[in-house]
Design a protein around this ligand. Structure first.
Ligand code: SF4
Ligand code: SF4
Ligand code: SF4
Length: 474
């Protein structure tokens, strides 16, 4: 890794970016100071690089400490691995720099005012889908206990804010597992492209595209829950509710900065329309609600039908190891015809805040070796093993953020709260009506009425994607 004079680099990049301020008057930031009074100021934002779709930098708050750059280099292995110059800053949009910036100078690029404009436009049908981790993060902004599970409050608040429909992204988390478990089973049977890597974290996907393009075929081709949710809202949901897809604005409510980049990817369209129109973070929902004087704690509601039911397997997607645990439950069912034993439901070995975890799982006559990791410094170890032929895993989950999406850069940054959020999602999984996505009646219905078979042509069209070599960015 190249040695860089951090202060000099920061000054150079910031000086360059200062010439690119577009005069945008955008309110929005992650600091509690701004959250406390959303009308307080109109802040000029400039991107960390002018065209970064996910991250913004407020020069007025920057103290040039360099902590952001250090975190990017050490945890995510991005900064320092390419020829850095003011005009060239490679980014996977993970937001690790945001989480490190104590000054609140870095934020996820704000889009919540666009959502309010859409809500106020009577010609638009505004639909919001809520990601798993948001429900255990938002409470910090409303003085509730850290890690509180607040899905009913979120739904009620979204309805009070004027969203026309409120759907659960966990529905598509269940679908992701249906497709991913099928894909894993097929690869194992055909003994090809093993290990299979999960693909629901866009920061991780972009990291492979830039730094390990020769290994792209090992990524699952299954879209992330948000990618699927958007495409089904504008097809299946619109058809069944009699809505014009051209009038729909689909808003993904996520804990994540990288999803803001992800929806700009050209592969994620539905019948010529963008699958998702706007991504807002947990923090931005708090800003939006406070700007309309909506008290989250006083609201309650339930999801709309068709795409509003989820199993416990979908709920734990927000946790490190959650995607793996969910996928193995359904893979076990697909292979053996019965649901798995309690040990496999919990799979304690791959839970918790260790950056790299592993387990051995027996399914029928097959013994699978699986690994779970977060941050690219852990993923790098596995990718290098795969490149040199020494990788012995069958299935690997990778997330960019510490603890998984519960620790995403769009969440409140309160210290030491990640374990509480993980526990809260695990409890919701245990209390769910079913803990298996293959037992979710809305999932059974969508395969019967719309998608056909898992891995079939319609499922491929709406639920899968492709990747591209992006090593030219280096
Ligand atoms: S961490 Fe924040 S204050 Fe420090 S250099 Fe980065 S943007 Fe500036
Ligand atoms: S978003 Fe991630 S990759 Fe981009 S600068 Fe920040 S830490 Fe680095
Ligand atoms: S781990 Fe989750 S929150 Fe973090 S970048 Fe990936 S998808 Fe976004």
């Amino acid at each position: 890794m190249k040695k860089v004079d951090r202060r000099k680099f920061i000054r150079n990049v910031f000086a360059y970016n200062t010439t690119l301020i577009l005069g945008a008057n955008i309110i929005g930031a992650c600091s509690k100071e701004v959250l406390g009074s959303p009308y307080e100021s109109e802040l000029e934002y400039l991107p960390i690089q002018y065209d970064n779709p996910a991250i913004s930098l407020n020069m007025n708050k920057c103290e040039e400490c360099g902590d952001c750059i250090e975190a990017c280099a050490e945890k995510q292995r991005v900064f320092g691995t390419y020829t850095a110059s003011p005009a060239n800053h490679v980014c996977i949009h993970c937001g690790t720099c945001i989480m490190k910036c104590e000054e609140g100078a870095l934020t996820a690029k704000p889009h919540w005012q666009e959502v309010l404009h859409a809500i106020d436009d009577p010609s638009k049908i505004v639909i919001v889908s809520v990601s798993p981790a948001v429900r255990v993060g938002i409470g910090d902004y409303f003085d509730m206990d850290e890690g509180s599970f607040l899905i009913e409050n979120i739904i009620g608040s979204c309805r009070a804010a004027g969203f026309d429909y409120v759907l659960d992204t966990n529905f598509s988390a269940d679908l992701t597992i249906m497709e991913e478990a099928y894909e894993l089973q097929k690869r194992i049977q055909e003994n090809t492209l093993i290990p299979q890597f999960t693909s629901c974290c866009p920061a991780w996907v972009k990291y492979v595209e830039i730094f390990y393009p020769s290994l792209l075929d090992y990524l699952s081709t299954v879209r992330s829950p948000i990618g699927m949710q958007g495409s089904l809202v504008k097809s299946y949901f619109a058809q069944n509710k009699g809505l014009d897809p051209n009038s729909i604005i689909h808003v993904a409510l996520a804990p994540c900065s990288a999803k803001k980049y992800k929806i700009t990817r050209g592969e994620l369209t539905t019948d010529g329309l963008p699958s998702n129109d706007i991504v807002i973070t947990t923090k931005e929902l708090a800003l939006l609600l406070k700007s309309r004087n909506i008290d989250l704690t006083a609201q309650s509601g339930s999801f709309d039908s068709l795409m509003g039911a989820a199993s416990g397997a979908g709920i734990i997607f927000g946790n490190t190891g959650g995607v793996m645990r969910a996928a193995l439950r359904t893979a076990y069912f697909n292979i053996t015809g019965t649901n798995p034993p309690a040990t496999l439901l919990e799979l304690q070995e791959i839970q918790g805040l260790s950056g790299l975890k592993q387990a051995t799982v027996t399914i029928g006559e097959k013994v699978l070796k699986v690994a779970v990791c977060y941050e690219m410094r852990s993923a790098e170890l596995l990718l290098d093993q795969l490149k040199n032929g020494s990788c012995s895993y069958d299935f690997i989950e990778v997330m960019a953020c510490k603890g998984g999406c519960v620790g995403g850069a769009g969440q409140p940054t309160t210290n030491n709260v990640i374990e509480k959020r993980i526990r809260s999602l695990n409890t919701a999984d245990k209390e769910a009506k079913t803990r298996y996505c293959h037992e979710n009646s809305e999932i059974t219905a969508i395969y019967h009425d719309f998608l056909g078979e898992a891995g079939g042509p319609t499922a491929k069209k709406y639920l899968h994607t492709t990747y591209n070599d992006k090593s030219y960015l280096l």
